[in-house]
Design a binder for this molecule. Sequence first.
Ligand code: GLN
Length: 447
Amino acid sequence: VAHYLQNIKEKETLNAFLETFEEEAFAQADTVDQKLANGTAGKLAGMVIGIKDVLAYKGHSLQASSQILNGFKSLYTATAVERLLAEDAIIIGRQNCDEFAMGGSNENSSFGPALNADDTTRVPGGSSGGSAVAVQAALCLASIGSDTGGSVRQPASFCGVIGMKPTYSRISRYGLIAYASSFDQIGVITRSIEDAALLLEVMAGPDGKDSTASQREVPAYSQLLSSDKTYKIGYIRDCFENEGLDTEVKDCILNVKDMLREAGHTVEAVDFPYLDYIVPTYYILTTAEASSNLGRYDGVKYGFRSNNVTDLNSLYKKTRAEGFGAEVQRRIMLGTFVLSADYYDAYYTKAQKVRRLIKEKTAELLESYDFLILPTAPTTAFKLGENAANPVAAYLEDIFTVQASLSGVPAISIPVGRDANGLSIGLQLMTRSFDEPALLAFSNYIL
Ligand code: GLN
């Protein structure tokens, strides 16, 4: 704990942590020491973990990196976090992210961006940017983030670490601040597959506090990490033909593909005809859900309230105008628009139908192939400010991560190379729902 706190202090300018929980972390470390001495320590004994500022931890500030939650403290602990603590993990602090997890560069945080430790003029990705940097720069052993459309995988790719989003519903969302509820999943950012497997198996499983959490039994992922099978792998041809794809990223991922083939796996090109539709579908549905989820921040129930109000309406308006950042406001307006009576069928209903097509096509491909491989992101970490003035360009960065989110299937990003600037390149793998064991084992094999 002392080691990591020292690192956090020394690398404060990376802006990865919003706050550390020094006293409690030391107290928990003492407890774990005692348990280790008397043989009662849990599976995660001594693992020092950071949590994204969207996960509730009782008695601690929780803001989703937003000013609208300034001053708010959690009244309870997220199920996932509770399970980590029950297995004797040590929670060292809360981590910077894009406001309400909306973004892919951490530049939408009201606390300013976290910086990529490989090149501090570049973004760490997002929205779990602080969480990825924290693992990249050894400020903690592992981080817990959330992934709605790539927020764990893309920053992991930009920071040269592992990021995994399990199957939708595998981990309870109780105590996770909602962005788009039919997409949100808690995920892990780690340096090793073993750590990812261990953390997932501890957090996953049914939960009486989240009716959408799957009832399926959780396999002991960490005991299932060896892979000696030969697999059938599909690489999505359309992704590699995408004009936004950087050539160094493309070559690197195609190289991995060739290596897998040489190693005896069957690797084939597959067609995914909906690539052009996935980003619009994702943004219509997530902004719709977000506009509804964020209705609760009205200045009455949580955190921040504007000072200069005259009546109830101005309380709502001023609190929301002052408390939400520009990107969050943009998404609330977009979501409200696509849900409005005149446009509901043209956008929201249509997008739901397209989501079903995407989901069915993905499932169909995964009937014939054990894994689908593609880049995690079309580029490596870009410069701070590069996409700031152009939200559409920023949204298009999500083109490779949102397919898994729209379909609900598990996906992982693993570091497989670096570009000429020394920036990390991530390979993404998707597999069938609830086949986390195969995904983890095969990733372990590749690494
Ligand atoms: N970049 C995507 C978005 O802004 C993904 C965010 C996420 O997964 N939370 O919506």
